[in-house]
Design a binder for this molecule. Structure first.
Ligand SMILES: C[S@@+](CC[C@H](N)C(=O)[O-])C[C@H]1O[C@@H](n2cnc3c(N)ncnc32)[C@H](O)[C@@H]1O
Length: 372
């Protein structure tokens, strides 16, 4: 079977399972062998065990918390007002509604889920949400219905383990994040290689066990997708609630809940460090020469200084700017203490007890190093 077809078979099983759960929600309990705990479907006990507060539970529309998560991605996302947030596999919308409160009216939250019944349920819950800054889209997390570089934060709660194509999930997550954006997800990871009979079980797959990646595989997938600062924190205590997912089977021996964080770093041209290294298109020729003058002073290179002062003058840089660059180089050479003393003297007039600056009898016009 071609990969794509095999992936669709797995997704269809998962979709059927979570479609049934969405339709039964509000009834007695979740379907057998799902990753929801026996006291799930929004029961406070289950959610508090995952790290949500009573306030969180009271803040969302009734029915949004279906008890299907394995952690609390909000707790690690540090959401800020005005951010655009994307929730992968949003289910009934629990994490989306909490995120909507945190990002406020100037922010926006998009939930994506491939199960139509879940999306319908979440949209019905949206009508009960006062914020009006949440939207649910039908789609696969491997092929997100979201524009490139348009999202600040990606959340997800107990979903990526269900995907048959995790490399593609992380590649598409990277695509939609803005440079500087971050990933904050809760998911199930394998702490030991899973036995073949568990790996082959559709029930164990739909129940968030069989598809769990190992920690080293997960780290590699994130790095290969382009993410930096990857952190994976295994929550040892999670075996307490995982043992209730398939009671008596011992699955808690192989998997744990984990918090996963990673960043899409800004490209070099946007980083401030570039401006000080002289690389990149934003640095003009005059600034490069002024930096070279300071570096020549700090590095005690008189021929370099002579050369760069001449170059700077050739480019039309005024002598007072050249003098200032020489002073900066001198401060760098003297170290942070002298630099801070000089800064204090100049900005708030605090007496320093000692004049700091370039050699007073040397002028830039002489083309000599004041320190050489
Ligand atoms: C375990 S539930 C978690 C729901 C929600 N995140 C929560 O914490 O309540 C998994 C959800 O992910 C969705 N899902 C699973 N695989 C998906 C995929 N490949 N693309 C999009 N949604 C997916 C399912 O339809 C289901 O709603």
């Amino acid at each position: 079977m071609a990969d794509g077809l095999a992936h669709d078979v797995v997704r269809e099983q998962v979709r059927k399972r979570y479609g049934d759960i969405a339709e039964k929600a509000g009834g007695s309990c979740c379907a057998a062998n799902t990753c929801c705990t026996p006291d799930a479907l929004g029961q406070p006990d289950a959610s508090v065990k995952l790290g949500y507060s009573e306030d969180d539970l009271n803040a969302v529309p009734d029915g949004a918390n279906m008890g299907l998560g394995c952690g609390n991605p909000q707790a690690i996302a540090a959401l800020k007002a005005g951010e655009t947030v994307l929730d992968l596999g949003s289910g009934g919308g629990f994490d989306c509604f909490l995120a909507a409160q945190q990002v406020g009216q100037t922010g926006y939250v998009i939930g994506v889920d491939m199960t139509p019944e879940m999306v319908s349920k979440a949209r019905a819950n949206t009508a009960k949400n006062a914020h009006g800054n949440v939207e649910f889209r039908l789609g696969e997390i491997e092929h997100l219905p979201v524009a490139d570089s348009s999202v600040d934060v990606i959340l997800s709660n107990c979903v990526v383990n269900l995907s048959p194509d995790k490399p593609q999930v992380y590649r598409d997550a990277f695509r939609v994040l803005r440079p500087g954006g971050r990933l904050a997800i809760s998911d199930v990871v394998a702490v030991k290689p899973l036995p073949p009979q568990i790996k082959a079980s559709p029930d164990a797959h739909c129940g968030c066990i069989a598809g769990a990646a190992t920690i080293s595989d997960l780290e590699r997938l994130l790095v290969e997708a382009g993410f930096a600062d990857v952190q994976i924190r295994v929550k040892e205590e999670s075996h307490e609630f995982i043992k209730d997912w398939f009671p008596g089977s011992g699955v808690e021996e192989w998997v744990r809940s984990a918090e996963v964080e990673a960043h899409k770093t800004a490209p070099p041209a946007c980083r401030s460090s570039v401006a000080t290294t002289g690389e990149g298109p934003n640095m003009d020729a005059q600034t490069k020469e002024l930096i070279a003058i300071g570096a020549s002073v700090a590095g005690h290179c008189q021929p370099c200084l002579t050369y760069h002062i001449a170059e700077a003058r050739e480019l039309g840089v005024a002598d007072d700017r050249i003098q200032a660059a020489i002073e900066v180089g001198h401060m760098v050479e003297k170290g942070a203490t002298a630099a801070m003393r000089e800064f204090a003297k100049r900005t708030v007039g605090i007496p320093t007890g000692q004049a700091v600056g370039c050699c007073p009898d040397t002028t830039a016009k002489s083309s000599k190093s004041c320190c050489g």
